[in-house]
Design a protein around this ligand. Sequence first.
Ligand code: GLU
Length: 427
Amino acid sequence: MPNADLPSYLSRENVGPWETYLEQVERVAPHLERAYLPWIETLRRPKRSLIVDVPIKLDNGEVAHFEGYRVHHNLSRGPGKGGIRYHPDVTLSEVMALAAWMTIKNAVVQVPYGGAKGGVRVDPKQLSLAELERLTRRYASELNILLGPDRDIPAPDINTNEQVMAWIMDTYSANQGGTATGVVTGKPLALGGSLGRRDATGRGVFIAAREAARRLNLPIEGARVAVQGFGNVGEAAARIFAENGARVVALQDDTGTLHRETGIDVAAARAHRAQTGGLHGCVNADAVSAEAFWQVPCDFLIPAAVENQITEANAGAIRAKVVVEGANGPTTPAADLLLQARGITVVPDVIANAGGVTVSYFEWVQDISSFFWSEMEINQRLDRILTEAFSGIWNVSQARSLPLRTAAFVIGCNRVLEARVLRGLYP
Ligand code: GLU
């Protein structure tokens, strides 16, 4: 049951994700390689955006139409890569921003991809499983002109999962006349999925937090953690923090907010959600108001839900030492400045949640080579890539006195623009 006092993310502040991204580009511009500055406009425009009509037959025989999108923000460094989101509030400009953040993220962790993202404006909870399959297959067919293992490789995002990826893989394969496992990542293991992919984004959130904590002299053991969002990212992040000795003092999803100073049992919360569909009514912690979540004293605050959550309205009340962005774009530009002024470190999305696409890259490599790795090997490689990327960002931030987000953008944007300049213009 939705909690009535939880405002929708779009009403929290009147800044859309695309405007947030453009402002982030403004902030990095003075710090980029001078030779690349004539090309900066390339970051401000998606390379291509496709809007598709997705008609499906409902179980009652009627036909319903949904609007779908796929945006290639930049392909200078490789094929398009990024997830597909099913949500009733999805818009083209939101997908543009999410695609742009993929461009930067892929460059920051040096996976050989450009940035892409897709979405369908639908509430999947209103569809039966059969309707969801028809929606996915029709949407995948409409995207056929863009997709391919060396052109554009989707993955899960909000409200999409391994089953949805399996349908996309099967639809693309049927249209091609073969089995193209490398066309999507985040697939089931039985279809060329990768060990470690399911937890990869949450694991990456933990690794990025651990690296920040090491440099800030904050112990993980006993640290207090507050997590907004209890989906694929938030649940795994909370669990892995707890496994490493931290205390999960607050959890929030779209059904409720839980608080317990002595620590919430993450496994019990997960079992409750599996039974009831959400955190609402979970008895091993106190139910508090949605707004109280932001005031919970903690060491690590992890927004792992949607965009525009940390805004001018709540940034002044946050009592965390470090914000680790599990979601894409959870902090508005105004809130970024407020947190900075208050001495709160923000580990930005383009490194904090890059674990997902990093293991997606491993999955794609395994599919292409038809040779599969152990979970230990995957987790070790993930740790190494994120630790090195974090270290590069930290060093730029220290050397140039920049916030971590701008430092990450310096590294990511310079890499994208270097590739763009080397490729030149055609014709
Ligand atoms: N949707 C995830 C993200 O925002 C994963 C993308 C991918 O694996 O391609 O990073």
